[in-house]
Design a protein around this ligand. Sequence first.
Ligand code: RP5
Length: 164
Amino acid sequence: MAKVGIVMGSISDLEVVKPAIDVLTKFGVESVVRVISAHRTPVEAHDFASNAIENGLEIIISAAGKAAHLGGVMASFTTLPIIGLPVKSSTMDGLDSLLSTVQMPAGVPVATVAINGGLNAGLLAVQMLALKYPELASKLVLYKEDMAESVRKADLKLSMELSK
Ligand code: RP5
């Protein structure tokens, strides 16, 4: 079974991370979820990233807010792809988290989703894994069809309401 690591800088990030956990579960992908801080528990951050491949992880999602260096620290200690999830946790509406996560120097990428984009972080991980696991690719096709169908339903409902 595919396995994704999810790290968050604080337990206060959990609400933002939950949609990522949920979408991975929906697709049948196992997740290992930890609270690890680049600044408060740097030794654990080093150990988690350094041992990630050995522990069977294939991608790491890193959620953090404010001076959000966790994604970059993860990326510095592993060759696994890192998905950065900036958390809106400060007075700056998450712009600080976004820039701290996405503005990595050349050679150390962190693939960053939108501020509080937990669902997209999980979904992007599934899309990456689908390159290796064909059953995930098939499930993604159905997911997209369901999404399109719900938009068509909303469109039809709106047209009917406006034509009353
Ligand atoms: C970051 O600081 C965390 O990722 C969190 O988003 C933010 C605030 O953390 P707490 O002070 O709520 O623990 O490291």
